[in-house]
Write a protein that binds this ligand. Structure first.
Ligand code: GTP
Ligand code: MG
Length: 197
């Protein structure tokens, strides 16, 4: 699947701009700056497809990428904190929330968590909301290159221990580094399986 060229389809600012499509979809969600856009780039092998930045709040729209006409990848704005005007953050947070709960073709949400920081209360709140809406999601620990093996493993265990409380969470946690290309091939395989369903 990922041998296909990924192409930018559109950026939605409002709910009415979300594309009508019957492709299966995978969305990338998580706090600002966790590495959502970077993960889209790592998976598609296109370093500059999605725009990344050191400044939290880079992605401010729902960005749709078509992968070979078989899978849609959706890069979402981050939640939690962002260096952007409050009104803008509120608007795109609402847009993101409505999209996540109202998109039947959404096969999975990848909920990204920075390996260094682990789950925050704002992540837990999002997880509870998705549990309640019965929308399935999978946690991804990102930036694994930033931690030593022991610390990373501790983070993984600690995060896994919380999953039992969350009914819509996928039992496996992915661990990735977009920078070092770790865990990327495994995640591609999992997404290819979803696209084939
Ligand atoms: P918003 O769109 O603002 O919500 O952020 P985002 O989640 O899309 O994060 P983005 O991909 O823009 O990355 C944020 C910062 O983290 C950038 O400076 C990236 O270079 C860095 N980053 C992303 N992934 C990795 C990684 O795997 N390892 C390391 N070391 N840095 C990473
Ligand atoms: Mg982004």
């Amino acid at each position: 699947l990922f041998a296909q060229e990924a192409r930018f389809l559109l950026a939605a600012v409002g709910a009415d701009q979300v594309p009508a499509s019957d492709l299966p979809e995978v969305a990338f969600a998580g706090r600002s700056n966790v590495g959502k856009s970077s993960l889209v780039n790592a998976l598609t092998g296109r370093r500059t497809l999605a725009r990344t930045s050191n400044t939290p709040g880079r992605t401010q729209q729902l960005i749709f990428f078509d992968l070979g006409g078989r899978l849609m990848l959706v890069d979402l704005p981050g939640y939690g904190y962002a260096k952007a005007p409050k009104g803008d953050v509120e608007r795109w947070t609402r847009l993101t929330r409505d999209y996540l709960k109202g998109r039947p073709q959404l096969r999975r949400i990848l909920l990204l968590i920075d390996s260094r920081h682990g789950l925050k209360d704002v992540d837990r709140a999002v997880m509870r909301e998705l549990d309640a809406a019965a929308v399935s999601y999978q946690l991804v620990l990102t930036k694994s290159d930033k931690l030593k093996a022991g610390a990373l493993n501790a983070r993984l265990q600690e995060t896994a221990a919380e999953l039992a409380k969350h009914v819509a969470a996928h039992p496996e946690i992915a661990v990735t580094s977009s920078e070092k290309s770790e865990g990327i091939e495994e995640l591609r395989a999992a997404l290819a399986d979803l696209a084939a369903l």
